[in-house]
Design a protein around this ligand. Structure first.
Ligand SMILES: [Zn+2]
Ligand SMILES: [Zn+2]
Length: 234
């Protein structure tokens, strides 16, 4: 419900567990007379998504105010002051993307470090460019994908917070992970040494596992020295 008040929504792909809230989001923003919500969707899903919204509106005999914006891998979208959303492709059964939050900050050029406030103001007045931009990857969200996403976009392993699916855990679900195009924990652990993120959030565990089973497999597969930075969304 609280997501209704978020003015911009990014949808990774249109499997129901990632997208069924869309029409609810639009309906409630309309009802609450909030400004038009912006919904970013994979370009290949644009028309069916529009049809879905139209059908829902027809069923409710209501007018709907919304903005659907198609995104393609490689795009950089300004969505918040100093923040851009980078769109990257993931490897899944239907067109699917992931999102990386890039923050741009101004940093003082090394030659000006140590100057006092007055000297800096003076340089600025004289028209000197005293800062340069630095870009930081604050967060990367993989959405649904196979393990290939880390080969396709190694830069997401540098993000401060990495949020990734880890759908399958049990040994006898290893083939199923490949077939259904999801990540198995056995593959994910191989990437841990390369991932430099401060926090790694694991989510999207198959509903067939209980909380206890999830914790059991995490303890079994994730080396102890890595566990401190692993967070589970269960
Ligand atoms: Zn999916
Ligand atoms: Zn999913």
């Amino acid at each position: 419900m609280h997501l209704v008040f978020v003015p911009q929504i990014f949808i990774s792909h249109f499997h129901g567990d990632h997208s069924l809230g869309m029409t609810y989001y639009i309906a409630h923003r309309n009802l609450a007379k909030l400004e038009t919500g912006k919904i970013y969707v994979p370009a290949a899903a644009l028309e069916p998504a529009q049809a879905l919204i139209r059908s829902q509106a027809a069923l409710e005999q209501a007018r709907r105010d919304y903005e659907l914006i198609p995104v393609e891998p490689g795009m950089l979208i300004d969505f918040k002051r100093q923040n851009q959303m980078k769109i990257f492709a993931t490897d899944h059964r239907i067109p699917s993307v992931g999102f990386e939050v890039i923050e741009t900050r101004s940093k003082l050029k090394p030659e000006y470090i140590g100057l006092n406030q007055q000297e800096i103001v003076k340089l600025k007045r004289e028209g000197h460019e005293i800062v340069y931009p630095i870009r930081m990857s604050r967060m990367a969200y993989v959405g649904d994908s196979t393990i290939k996403v880390f080969e396709m976009h190694p830069e997401i392993m540098e993000s401060e917070i990495l949020i990734t699916e880890c759908t399958f855990l049990a040994d006898d679900h290893y083939e199923e992970a490949a077939k259904r195009k999801h990540i198995h924990i056995r593959d994910l652990v191989n990437y841990l040494p390369q991932i430099r993120s401060q926090f790694i959030v694991l989510m999207h565990f198959s509903m067939r596992y209980t909380r206890q089973e999830i914790k059991y497999y995490i303890n079994r597969y994730i080396p102890e020295h890595e566990r401190e930075r692993i967070l589970l969304l269960i």
